[in-house]
Design a protein around this ligand. Structure first.
Ligand code: MEV
Length: 318
């Protein structure tokens, strides 16, 4: 087959964990929703070693910096899986998802790359193949990852996720108006997951109690989402944040942004993803309030903020 003039483009969206991060590593349920910030991967023919082009690194695949090792392994494994040689390709990444902020940027980048490689070589991909290949990169980036980030980033709908049981789609009774704010500091999921493990080993009863409470909160959040009870949902999100403080994955800037959002009459707020840096979310009553809260967070300590409604595929940046 002659691929010389062919270009394959595929994209992937980011994700927000509404409830259950960290507890999900211990077999508890979690809920995640798509966040419409996207990444696109463009694959085209070139000559010689594979060239990787992105905002953080441009050069040969074999020279990828250590922090991108998971992605380079994922590309190599995908080509091996497709029975294609590791050469004569250029892979370009265009992303609007900030890296290392708990938004699933690494999973989204790998998903868009695997999809575009399959498309370039005119092969259909199943969800299982996509999950298997992307997990190579995610396990490298996150250590023992639960798989939640990949499933949330693959899925076009809100999901209920359990490590041993897989996913269920869930449908919110009404649109949710969500504010996302970025502290501007990087969240290292691997470190955060290891910290919780260390704390668990030191104080198993205390941490287990928090994990059990997060499980109860996640179950209640599911009901609140299904019933469209946004006042209750807000309170539960804040309760989830308080348990994340208890297991040691929040920090001063995240707590300040959560407090500021609540002081601005958000219905609830919490950190999202690995924590120890990264982003937080706040639940607003409507679009107007979401915009107002977003503006307030940026005027204080947030580096950036976005707001969106879960029934639309667009996001507003502040
Ligand atoms: C990170 O986005 C979510 C964590 O629960 C880790 C995982 O599920 O692998 C912190």
């Amino acid at each position: 087959m002659n691929n010389s003039s062919k270009i394959a483009i595929s994209d992937a969206h980011s994700k927000i964990i509404l409830a259950g991060e960290h507890a999900v590593v211990y077999g508890k349920p979690a809920i995640a929703i798509p966040f419409p910030l996207k990444v696109a991967s463009i694959v085209e023919k070139s000559i010689g070693p594979i060239i990787f082009e992105s905002a953080i690194y441009t050069g040969f695949l074999y020279n990828m910096p250590i922090k991108l090792k998971g992605i380079s392994n994922c590309i190599k494994e995908t080509l091996k899986y497709l029975n294609k040689p590791e050469k004569n390709l250029k892979i370009k990444i265009i992303s609007s998802i900030p890296i290392g902020r708990g938004l699933g940027s690494s999973a989204a980048i790998s998903i868009s790359i695997v999809r575009s490689l399959f498309s370039f070589f005119e092969r259909q991909i199943t969800q299982n193949e996509l999950f298997y290949l992307v997990q190579i990169a995610e396990n490298y980036a996150h250590g023992n990852s639960s798989g939640l980030d990949i499933m949330a980033t693959i899925s076009e709908n809100p999901i209920w996720f359990e490590k041993e049981r897989g996913i269920l789609s869930i449908k919110s009774k009404c649109p949710l108006y969500i504010v996302v704010a970025d502290t501007g500091s990087t969240s290292d999921t691997r470190v955060a997951v290891e910290n919780v493990r260390k704390r668990y080993n030191l104080k198993p009863k205390k941490v287990q109690k928090s994990l059990d409470t997060i499980e109860e909160i996640t179950n209640e959040i599911k009901k609140a989402v299904l019933n469209g009870n946004i006042n209750l949902l807000g309170k539960l999100l804040t309760n989830n944040h308080n348990e994340l403080i208890n297991i040691g994955v929040s920090d001063e800037r995240l707590n300040n942004l959560v407090k500021l959002a609540l002081d601005s009459n958000a219905l609830g707020a919490k950190l999202i993803g690995g924590g120890l840096g990264g982003c937080m979310i706040a639940l607003a009553r409507d679009r107007g309030q979401a915009k107002e809260i977003s503006n307030k967070l940026v005027k204080s300590d947030a580096e950036k903020s976005w707001y969106f409604s879960t029934n639309e595929d667009v996001v507003m940046e502040v």
